[in-house]
Write a protein that binds this ligand. Sequence first.
Ligand code: SAJ
Length: 417
Amino acid sequence: MKIYPTINIIGLGYIGLPTSLIFSKNGYKVHGTDIKKETISILNKKILPIEENGLQELFESSLRNGITFSEEVIVSDFYIVCVPTPYLPKLKSIDPLFVIKAVEKVLNFCKPDSIIIIESTISPGTIKKFILPLVEDFNKKTNKHIHLAHAPERIIPGNMIHELVTNSRTIGADDEITLDRVVEIYSSITSGKIVKTSILNAELTKVVENTFRAVNIAFSNELLKLGSFYNFDPYEVIEICNLHPRVKILNPGPGVGGHCIPIDPWFLVGDWPLHTDLIRLSLETNESMPEFVLEHINKIKSKHGVKNQRIGLYGLTYKEDVDDIRESPSLQLISLINKNLGSDLISFDPTLKKIVVPGQTLSYEEFLNQTDLVVIMVKHSHLKNNFLSLKSKIILDTHNYSPKDVSNNRYLLSDSL
Ligand code: SAJ
């Protein structure tokens, strides 16, 4: 009979929780740790604190397999650190403090030869600068031979479970034995290819992947602006170009949000400012999009005589069908509007069950009753069944998501108003 190693996952958020459940489902003895009492108490009541397709079934099978949760770190063969790395906008960098604290906690409990795997998003060089010295110092004092690895998470909210079990994984470690031990556990949860590399290269790949996407989106946003200045339809041009077998331009929109695409590329610019002009310009292009939306709102407002109090934002999350609002274009737009129009816009988001900004309503009917101009900021599936309800509204569709005849007054960001 196969003897499975024990795994302690630290940080039970969007990444850590699904990851613990997948390992547990695959036979590992898994313990989940989180400093938030509330998260642990909910999980111990057999309730999931986050919503994601397929997560409930996975949770039930992990409970049957004996997964446990507590605020404590326990003795294990592997520790997988999935704690947040908050973004510090002024410094354009992440704060590694939670990762450092998690590793310190593990070092207090671990047995000889255990492996600490960092999954949290970190900027290149973080492990060498902040984590390795802690572990080396500990090994010198205790002779416990604790090893480090980096396995950056790469799953996309909304399709997490599928991606967890099919995506290829990059595993970075600086010695062969650790690499092989870590590869063994990850290859048992994913059918994707597992790539072995150094810790630094693993850190870099994650940031480079997200930078590639940010630059590609910036390119499409620039095309969108060109379309509006020079009177062509950028959506059609992009669609036609994408028929070429080697061209894949992403979609223009009201800006980029989430914890990765608008942030990770700044790590490269921050570390190597002299040689990252293209990346910096791309980030600035994406960051300029909420302002571009505001210019359109102002022009439509004047054209139709819409009052500030009758403008409504549909969608507050950073993308469709997730309930995550981090760095969302809508929040960026709201803070611009507060500065410029001085009013709290009405807003509605079908994925949010709580009020997160002033002026937000939890009722779609109320949202419709209170608005004349509806700005579609997010392509939630909810709207697909509700396009008819927008018939009498003035629409600014920042994604070209709605049908052309959704209303008699429909505008796109590509329109030169
Ligand atoms: N967006 C566009 N146009 C597009 C695609 C996206 O404007 O064509 C916007 C979205 O609306 C959103 C933002 O970009 O505001 C980011 O969304 P996303 O779907 O591109 O990415 P995330 O942040 O949900 O997840 C990314 C993924 N990285 C890549 O695809 C390279 C995911 O695989 C990573 O795990 C995740 O970042 C991460 O944690 O790094």
